[in-house]
Write a protein that binds this ligand. Structure first.
Ligand SMILES: NC(=O)c1ccc[n+]([C@@H]2O[C@H](COP(=O)([O-])OP(=O)(O)OC[C@H]3O[C@@H](n4cnc5c(N)ncnc54)[C@H](OP(=O)(O)O)[C@@H]3O)[C@@H](O)[C@H]2O)c1
Length: 308
């Protein structure tokens, strides 16, 4: 993207990442934003996607559409997560190439690194070991999308860049019980526990796994900065650089919503990877820095949560 007059298509614009990209683009004055709700364009439909991209020919495509969910949904709906994410990535990336679109940003994820990856996880650790079994299908699809971008870079000289953000949170997060990630799930459940006057809040797992969180608007700003500089290098991590335990997260969430009961850890539920901290030094070398602290981000996310 070289200027605000460029047309930009955000796939998945109603999702958490897509809507943050739209906010960031609007803040910067981009006037030619292209979006399509799922009812008008099903991204699983290869022909429809190819025709749409060929007729719109945006200057830049952001692939922020995906089938996304927490540990339970990933573990149970394994075929859906693998198939839909492969298909969405293939339709948009290949469709963009066939339409002659030169610039694309693909959202991979921090879950594509090996389960026992050295921490913090550098980009070079990709495909160096077995994946976390609970989200392996999702991770395989995301790795395939990343490799499709990389292959178009090498075979056709396309500027198709993959980013691996840390766990994101913020406006338009998915709060559906059984589908959500740990942070939004805790935020909602702590709020409901306070409303009911519960004495305790049950948290899945042992509370010891460590996770890194990034406010979604910080992630969107990083991606726009890369797109505006026409970054055309290898995949890049996007993280805040600090992690905390699930217990510490639960405590911060309880403080945000004003729940003062006891935390109980249900160790019969899976923990997932023991630690997930990205090495974002390559991105940080560009000068980008996250601007929203976890406490501030939790407060902002809570203020606009749709179930309040
Ligand atoms: N959330 C995180 O913590 C996180 C962390 C790292 C990376 N990422 C990556 O960021 C990307 C976006 O994640 P997100 O959290 O923003 O997910 P999200 O809130 O669930 O948004 C996904 C969007 O994709 C759309 N979509 C899914 N299937 C579609 C289809 N067949 N046709 C049309 N639209 C479809 C959804 O449309 P509907 O609104 O109609 O459902 C939704 O708007 C994903 O690739 C994810 O891997 C996310």
């Amino acid at each position: 993207m070289t200027g605000q007059a460029d047309s930009v298509y955000v796939a998945g614009h109603q999702g958490m990442v897509g809507s943050a990209l739209v906010r960031a683009l609007q803040r910067r004055g981009y006037s030619q934003l292209i979006t399509r709700p799922r009812a008008e364009l099903d991204l699983l439909d290869q022909r429809a996607v190819a025709e749409f991209l060929a007729s719109e020919r945006p200057k830049h495509v952001f692939v922020a559409a995906a089938r996304v969910g927490g540990i339970q949904a990933n573990n149970e709906l394994r075929a859906d997560f693998l198939y839909e994410n492969l298909q969405i990535a293939a339709n948009l990336i290949q469709g963009a190439h066939l339409a002659g679109i030169q610039h694309l940003t693909y959202f991979a994820s921090n879950c594509i690194y090996p389960r026992d990856c050295a921490q913090p996880m550098a980009e070079s650790a990709l495909l160096t070991g077995p994946l976390e079994p609970t989200n392996e299908p999702y991770a395989i699809a995301k790795i395939a999308g990343l490799k499709l971008c990389e292959s178009h870079q090498r075979q056709h000289g396309r500027n198709y860049v993959s980013v691996m953000p840390a766990s994101l949170y913020g406006p338009n997060d998915n709060y559906t019980p059984g589908q959500s990630h740990v942070l939004p799930a805790l935020l909602r459940r702590a709020h409901e526990a306070r409303q009911r006057g519960d004495a305790e809040l049950v948290v899945w797992g042992s509370g010891t796994p460590r996770r890194e969180f990034l406010y979604v608007d910080d992630c969107a700003e990083a991606c726009l900065m890369l797109a505006e500089r026409a970054y055309d290098g290898p995949p890049l991590n996007i993280g805040s650089g600090t992690d905390l335990s699930i217990r510490e997260l639960a405590e911060a969430v309880c403080e945000t919503v004003g729940f003062s009961g006891r935390l109980v850890f249900d160790a019969s539920k899976p923990d997932g990877m023991p630690r997930k901290l990205l090495d974002s030094s390559r991105l940080l070398a560009t000068g980008w820095r996250p601007t929203v602290t976890l406490r501030d981000g939790l407060r902002r996310a809570y203020e606009v949560a749709p179930w309040r």
